[in-house]
Write a protein that binds this ligand. Structure first.
Ligand SMILES: NC(=O)c1ccc[n+]([C@@H]2O[C@H](COP(=O)([O-])OP(=O)(O)OC[C@H]3O[C@@H](n4cnc5c(N)ncnc54)[C@H](O)[C@@H]3O)[C@@H](O)[C@H]2O)c1
Length: 382
């Protein structure tokens, strides 16, 4: 099983997809399909810079690299094309790969605009190939525990979801920025709405209900940053977004996304869910809950100091993994599902149409912000 992996010199492509997913699968002896077949993933590292690819391949004991995407796509021994390039380069590459008949697995956002994202979904459907878009957050331990609470009926009627995502991304002068500079230039596919709203779309959709309307305010709080070479540049993209999402079923989600906030939370992302029967706060790894029966009854009185340790009144949700094992890395978990989909026809719904929903929400979020008004989110079909 040969997989062309494009963009593996980047942050996500290298760490999460190559090392933590594909190489991790090799370390565990391949992927057992359960019917006597064991898949052995053979990555072909694709990119523009031969020396960088060669260095990466050597570092991980891999053989195959390629700098000519067209030649890679013309190679019949390659089954799957994977894309973790910068967002702006993705659409064109995916189109080529679809027309070459490859199965597609791609980072989000699948395209820079809804028209392009929908076209990809339609082309893939017409070509009859299998396709998937990364939706890693739902495979995070914290959100899996939250899902367990939802599925167990813990919350009663879910009223609201409040999400807080973010951390301080350094400007790049005094201390090096910890994210690539293209993220802060809208002309290069950057911006926190384009980056994070696709995630919020599938997190909300999968856990609580489809997003039916969005009201957002995007801001560029830091207008000038410094790039990888230490040169100043105009940060043309939004670095914070304040969004309200109305959900099918009536719950309201409010999510702040920011690269200009300092963390005073237990995790870099946290969602608080309040329901009639109980509430929970889920992060990347942990999830704490408070049942109706153990809810304190504070009384508002600014003249008195708080007497209750509110944060200590929550109960940690256990991992409950078999034999005390860990949750799998979310990216690897999704890769495995995708590979089972391709090679064993297992069901899989995180496809290019689902990816287009994420792009749609980002697009409507930006529109809402620019126009200062609420937008309904029409349901997408092929
Ligand atoms: N799922 C997630 O949680 C998550 C998190 C961060 C980023 N992402 C997505 O992953 C993708 C890559 O992000 P990253 O943070 O790894 O970026 P990065 O800048 O670290 O890596 C980008 C990759 O694309 C290549 N590249 C750069 N410019 C290019 C160009 N003009 N043409 C072709 N290739 C080019 C680079 O060589 C590198 O391999 C983005 O689409 C981003 O939205 C997903």
């Amino acid at each position: 099983m040969r997989i062309a992996m494009n963009g593996v010199t980047g942050r996500m492509g290298h760490r999460q997809h190559l090392v933590r997913s594909i190489l991790a699968l090799r370390e565990q002896g391949g992927l057992d399909l359960g019917d006597g077949t064991v898949l052995w993933p053979e990555p072909v590292l694709v990119g523009r810079r031969e020396h960088a690819l060669r260095a990466l391949a050597d570092r991980h004991g891999l053989e195959h690299i390629a700098t000519d995407l067209d030649a890679v796509l013309a190679d019949d021994s390659i089954d799957i094309y994977f894309d973790a390039q910068v967002t702006s380069a993705r659409e064109e590459a995916l189109k080529k790969a679809i027309s070459a008949g490859k199965h597609i697995y791609t980072e989000k956002p699948s395209a820079t605009g809804l028209d392009g994202a929908l076209e990809l979904a339609r082309l893939a459907h017409a070509a009859g190939i299998k396709h998937g878009v990364v939706q890693d957050k739902i495979f995070l331990p914290g959100l899996l525990k939250l899902k367990r609470l939802i599925d167990g009926g813990f919350f009663g009627r879910i009223l609201s979801v409040r999400g807080e995502f973010g951390y301080w991304v350094f400007e790049g002068d005094w201390q090096e920025a910890q994210r690539p500079s293209w993220n802060y230039r809208s002309e290069d596919g950057g911006g926190i709405v384009v980056d994070m709203f696709p995630h919020w779309e599938y997190v909300l959709h999968e856990l609580f209900g489809r997003v039916t309307a969005v009201t957002a305010h995007a801001a560029t709080h830091i207008p000038e940053r410094f790039d990888e070479q230490g040169k100043p540049y105009q940060a043309t993209a939004d670095d914070a977004a304040y969004g309200i999402f109305e959900l099918d079923g009536g719950a309201i989600a409010q999510i702040n996304s920011s690269w200009t906030v300092r963390v005073n939370r237990d995790e870099l992302v946290e969602f608080q869910v309040d329901g009639t029967e109980g509430s929970a706060v889920a992060g990347l790894r942990n999830c704490r809950a408070q049942h109706r029966s153990s809810t304190p009854k504070p009384v508002w009185n600014p003249d008195l100091p708080a007497t209750e340790a509110f944060r200590e009144q929550w109960q940690e949700i256990p991992d409950n993994q078999p034999e005390g094992g860990d949750f799998a890395n979310g990216f690897k978990a999704q890769w495995e599902l995708f590979l089972r989909h391709v090679y064993a026809d297992a069901p899989y719904h995180w496809d290019l149409l689902a990816g287009a929903r994420g792009v749609q929400l980002a697009e409507l979020g930006l529109k809402s912000s620019a126009e200062g008004r609420r937008h309904e989110v029409p349901e997408l079909t092929l």
